[in-house]
Design a protein around this ligand. Structure first.
Ligand code: GLN
Length: 194
């Protein structure tokens, strides 16, 4: 099983290391054609405006929408979650607009620009270590979206069928269970395809 990490900007190598801990092969995706060789895709953290611009420039908006139309799983972390969202709060234009969530950028305030904590994630047995860096949060979810984590009354992990989104950086700790959760989604989608 091969899982891609969109490699236009942001934390790519760390995601590949975490993917490989699950036993899957991690592939840095730099060109749209490479999407044909992977069964799942991670969109990493970084800076969502920059990632969005580069995605437009290199044809990734249409290519990833197409990937999603085939029910292939996509996992957006931090800036990647913003890129996946249908609506960005405050009127900024969305990017992929695939997942039925409304996100607010840099939502945790200046004094809390960066912090770590342990979070309960629905479907994972013990708390997951999470690193938040100028993180977004999910303000609203549509009817088909399942909330997986609430932190201090805010939604920070959610899933809509084959789409998964997290406000934080699961790739910056040794805890790869969220990557395992995603790898299981990819495995399940491959099983239904055959
Ligand atoms: N603040 C960034 C943005 O709005 C996201 C930060 C991150 O990915 N660590 O794009």
């Amino acid at each position: 099983m091969r899982i891609g990490v969109l490699a236009l900007q942001g934390a790519v190598t760390e995601h590949i290391v975490s993917i490989e801990k699950t036993g899957a092969v991690g592939v840095a995706i730099k060109r749209v054609e490479q999407l044909e060789d992977v069964q799942g895709l991670i969109i990493p953290g970084g800076e969502s405006t920059t990632i969005g611009k580069l995605m437009r420039k290199y044809g990734f908006i249409e290519a990833i929408r197409n990937f999603s139309d085939q029910n292939k799983p996509i996992f957006g972390t931090c800036a990647g979650m913003i890129v996946l969202a249908k609506v960005i709060s405050g009127g900024e234009q969305g990017h992929l607009e695939l997942m039925d969530i409304t996100v607010a950028r840099n939502a945790f305030g200046r004094q809390r620009e960066s912090f770590e904590c342990d979070l309960e994630v629905k479907g994972i047995s013990a708390p997951v270590r999470a690193v938040f860096i100028r993180a977004p949060l999910i303000e609203m979810v549509g009817p088909g979206v399942e909330v997986l984590t609430v932190y201090k009354d805010e939604i920070v992990t959610a899933r809509q069928g084959h789409l998964l989104a997290a406000s934080f950086h699961p790739e910056l700790t040794d805890d790869y269970r969220l990557h395992q959760y995603f790898a299981d989604m990819v495995m399940a989608s491959m099983a239904t395809e055959q």
